[in-house]
Design a protein. Structure first.
Length: 76
């Protein structure tokens, strides 16, 4: 099953299936290591859901909810 990273709950994990978005946002995500095939775990979520913190490639990364909505993740 796949869903957007912005829909994840704390503790959920998965493997990145695709990165959508355009131009600068997509390039920024790729530069931070958010690429298809990378495994991630949702670590923290702010009370209002923005921002979120994930662990990817051995480091913690904080993303805005709008950026996380561009990342499709395969769960399970």
């Amino acid at each position: 099953m796949s869903k957007l990273l912005s829909e994840f709950t704390v503790g959920e994990s998965g493997k990145i299936k695709a990165v959508t978005g355009e131009g600068k946002i997509r390039r920024r995500l790729f530069d931070m290591g958010v690429t298809p095939g990378a495994e991630l775990i949702m670590r923290k979520k702010a009370p209002l859901g923005d921002p979120i913190e994930i662990t990817i490639r051995g480091y913690e990364l904080t993303l805005r909810k709008s950026e996380a909505a561009c990342v499709e993740v395969e769960t399970g």
